[in-house]
Write a protein that binds this ligand. Structure first.
Ligand code: NDP
Ligand code: 2IT
Length: 445
């Protein structure tokens, strides 16, 4: 890392002790930014990096609620409003027992650059709670969401901060959150949340957008090597919103997705995953992946273990951070891997990224490859602002154009900085320059 940036990075780490994921995300971005600071010494003089690493506002709050047996439960809520140089804070809410400030800050930090790459007018933010929705009834989830929003409402708004979903937060949770916001504020303010239901202000394609976008971006990378998804053998991790829609799109483009996972294990379905069945189990029944094996002959379910033990030419990690390490990367490379598209945020460890890049594998970092979700959230905000709703075809075309645009920006930026094919460098510099320019123009913010 550039020595000037390393000194700033070390200060950031010391000021934010115990936040391992935030440290990792900052380090990974700083590793790309030396050459930009050679060209733009004004960014250093204006302390852009120091400012970028300090969130504009961090909110931590108590979320008390009552479970179905009448017992009082207490969770912790977070919203980190990281950067508003390009637009209102924008980013999802994650409900998962692992959530703490370091996770929310890593996600919020990544979101700044991701949102900049989309070219849409959105700043970066993220939030969530250590609430675990697994095994909770709809009524419990509703009471939790109502309590969460009873504090959050005063910090958000269509021009201020616009949350959406992430792990553990989908259409059901956004519905409960929106209902409570409307009730407290007495405003039908559609643009305050995205990922809404289609009959009450949501956008077509938003549920599919992250997974579809990841496949579109990865397809553009494959095209640079004269290849495509057609005929690829694909492994996807996770079996949630992003994973399911990535599987659907990859197979629509002619690939065979042979495996996917949840936190308990993985399935191998050599015939290609039956997306209809997977959707029914995960989205309708809220079941586990193990249920898939019972319903489809010839499928094997592996309890525990790593889905990265299954060979593939393309892998799409779509579960969570640091789920693919250096050893798994080396194994995949030995067995003929061509490309990686990160649907999740920071799923590959820094060691894994190094293995992929050294082997010449096409590697799309999450902040570029999974930006289709937030980009379509921005399209949802556009439809809300104009009280309009667009067709599936029109919205999907907009998503495709945005993903191709992000791919080309990353590729061109990598070329411009003398590292053709380095999408990590392209994404980090491409996103950073937009935010840094806006911060310079807006004075000391
Ligand atoms: P979901 O909650 O719909 O699905 C998450 C999936 O990942 C589940 O299969 C879950 O398994 C698995 N998973 C979660 N945590 C772990 C863990 N600690 N270890 C192993 N598996 C785990 O979330 P999404 O699909 O929305 O999100 C997946 C990833 O994509 C996240 O990294 C998220 O930040 C990122 N992302 C999401 C966007 C969106 O629009 N939703 C946009 C951009 C990125 P289990 O059910 O067993 O917990
Ligand atoms: O990580 C992400 O980009 C998301 N979870 C989606 C955020 C959004 O505001 O749609």
């Amino acid at each position: 890392m550039d020595a000037r940036l390393e000194a700033i990075r070390d200060t950031v780490l010391a000021r934010n002790p115990g936040e391992a994921e935030f440290h990792q995300a900052v380090t990974e971005v700083f590793e790309s930014l030396g050459p930009v600071h050679d060209r733009h010494p004004e960014f250093l003089e204006a302390a852009i990096l120091e400012r970028l690493c300090e969130p504009e506002r961090q909110i931590i709050f108590r979320v008390p609620w009552t479970d179905d047996s009448g017992r009082v439960q207490i969770n912790r809520g977070f919203r980190v409003e990281f950067n508003s140089a390009l637009g209102p804070y924008k980013g999802g809410l994650r409900f998962h027992p692992s959530v703490y400030l370091g996770i929310v800050k890593f996600l919020g930090f990544e979101q700044i650059f991701k949102n900049a790459l989309t070219g849409m007018p959105i700043g970066g933010g993220k939030g969530g709670s250590d609430f675990d929705p697994r095994g909770r009834s709809d009524a419990e989830v509703m009471r939790f969401c109502q309590s969460f929003m009873t504090e959050l409402y005063r910090h958000i708004g269509e021009y201020t901060d616009v949350p959406a979903g992430d792990i553990g937060v989908g259409g059901r949770e956004i519905g409960y959150l929106f209902g409570q916001y409307k009730r407290i504020t007495n405003r039908y303010e559609s643009g305050v949340l995205t990922g809404k239901g289609i009959s009450w202000g949501g956008s077509l394609v938003r549920p599919e957008a992250t997974g579809f976008g990841t496949v579109i971006f990865t397809g553009e990378m494959l095209k640079t090597r004269g290849s495509s998804f057609d005929g690829q053998r694909v492994v996807v991790s996770g079996s949630g919103n992003v994973a399911i829609n990535a599987i659907a799109k990859a197979q629509a483009l002619g690939a065979t997705v042979v495996a996917c996972s949840d936190s308990s294990g993985y399935i191998v379905d050599e015939a290609g995953i039956d997306v209809g069945l997977l959707r029914r189990i995960k989205e309708v029944e809220r079941g586990r992946l193990k249920d898939y094996e019972v319903r489809r002959p010839g499928v094997s379910y592996v309890d525990g273990g790593s889905v990265w033990d299954v060979d593939a030419t393309v892998v799409l990690p779509c579960a969570t951070q640091n789920e693919l390490d250096g050893d798994a990367a080396a194994r995949l490379v030995r067995n003929g891997l061509l490309a990686v598209g990160e649907g999740a945020n920071m799923p590959s460890t820094r060691e894994a990224v190094a293995v992929f890049q050294e082997a010449g594998v096409l590697f799309a970092p999450g902040k570029a490859a999974n930006a289709g979700g937030v980009a379509t959230s921005a399209l949802e905000m556009q439809q809300n602002a104009s009280r309009d709703s667009w067709s599936f075809e029109h919205t999907e075309q907009r998503l495709t154009d945005i993903m191709v645009g992000i791919h080309d920006l990353c590729a061109q930026t990598a070329d411009e900085y003398g590292e053709p094919g380095n999408y990590v460098l392209g994404a980090n510099i491409g996103g950073f320059v937009k935010v840094a320019d806006a911060m310079l123009a807006q004075g000391l913010i």
